[in-house]
Ligand binder design. Structure first.
Ligand code: TXA
Ligand code: MG
Length: 312
């Protein structure tokens, strides 16, 4: 999958242990990593991204054993972790007393979002650093998430070093799930389809209401925004760039297709890269075709709605 040598990973791990930032690939999107036990290091994530301080970070671990040092797992939470880790699932669980993490990583909440990424470079880095890594998507706050190392470099004007593990295979962020007693709540649709989780646990996964007691503070409506404005429509207008989905369509302008065969995995993988690409053409408006609301379509539509939302 990647020919990154262990030396590059070791160097990045050493940087992280010194309290510096380093971006790295995961199976979902690239992450901007910092040692989650070091408050200054975590603070520089917020500063580098321009991220609001009330928005907690996901803490990445090498395995479930490491994650259990920081979070308290119920039987149900452990079943989810054992089934889907490593993989694109972030679990929100109560913080464990004596966890030793910087408070700013969880934005002072009593819960923590934990995940074990399914990427050889991310796992190699976590093992070499031997630290939990706080890592949001490696983009300036509110902008499109990066799925290549080049997009990370461009987003931060070359100021953040990045391990290049090639394009991310999932292309949208992890699904965020909170387990509250027997109830499983989806805080963010993501690369693991809700239906897949429901099949395993044999119970419904409920969608968090905006503003509910348990929610992901980062789910701001306008987010993932390209520089161009966006609107959702089956038919693009002259002068717009068009992001199509499914069978070929005639359009006399810049057009990319998320998946000609209508495959939602392929569409998720292409989503941010194609938005980056259409944005780079300088188009003022990107029209995006509708996507079915099933499987990964839920995550894709969530990102599209936020990218098209009015900006404050
Ligand atoms: O795929 C991913 O999850 C990527 C890669 C790098 O792992 N990371 C990512 O992080 O998407 P970020 O910071 O862009 O999104 C983290 C989300 C935010 O919406 C935040 O509010 C939520 O996770 N979150 C973090 N801790 C939480 C907690 N304790 N309770 C509820 N939501 C939490
Ligand atoms: Mg993000």
């Amino acid at each position: 999958m990647t020919n990154l040598d262990t030396r590059a990973i070791d160097e990045a791990a050493a940087r992280l242990r010194e309290g510096l930032l380093h971006a790295f690939p995961t199976e979902t999107v690239y992450g901007l990593g910092a040692d989650a036990t070091n408050a200054d290091a975590v603070l520089s994530i917020y500063e580098t991204k321009g991220r609001p301080r009330f928005n907690p970070l996901i803490v990445h671990c090498a395995d479930l054993e490491m994650a259990e040092r920081y979070g308290t797992f119920s039987l149900l939470a452990r079943q989810l972790a054992e089934t889907f880790w490593p993989g694109p699932l972030s679990l929100v669980v109560p913080l464990k007393p004596g966890h030793g993490l910087a408070d700013i990583a969880t934005a002072g909440l009593e819960t923590i979002a934990l995940r074990v990424p399914d990427h050889p470079v991310a796992l190699g880095l976590l093992r070499a650093a031997d630290r939990p890594l706080a890592a949001p998507s490696a983009n300036p706050s509110g902008k499109l998430s990066p799925t290549t190392a080049e997009q990370v470099r461009r987003g931060f004007a070359g100021k953040v070093p990045v391990l290049d593990g090639g394009p991310c295979k999932a292309g949208v962020e992890s699904t965020i799930i909170a387990v509250d007693g027997e109830i499983v709540i989806q805080l963010r649709a993501g690369a693991l389809a809700r239906e897949t989780i429901e099949e395993v646990i044999g119970r419904p996964v409920v969608q968090a209401e905006e503003g509910a007691a348990i929610s992901a503070p980062g789910m701001l409506l306008s987010h993932y925004a390209p520089n161009a404005h966006m609107r959702l429509d089956t038919t693009p207008r002259p002068g717009e760039a068009f992001l199509a989905f499914g069978q070929e369509q005639a359009f006399d302008g810049t057009m990319l297709n998320l998946s000609l065969s209508g495959d939602l995995h392929e569409a998720a993988r292409n989503l941010f890269s194609m938005l980056h690409e259409l944005d780079a053409t300088g188009a003022g408006m990107i029209a995006v075709a509708p996507i079915p609301e099933t499987g990964l379509g839920e995550a894709i539509n969530d990102r599209l709605r936020r990218a098209a939302a009015p900006r404050s």
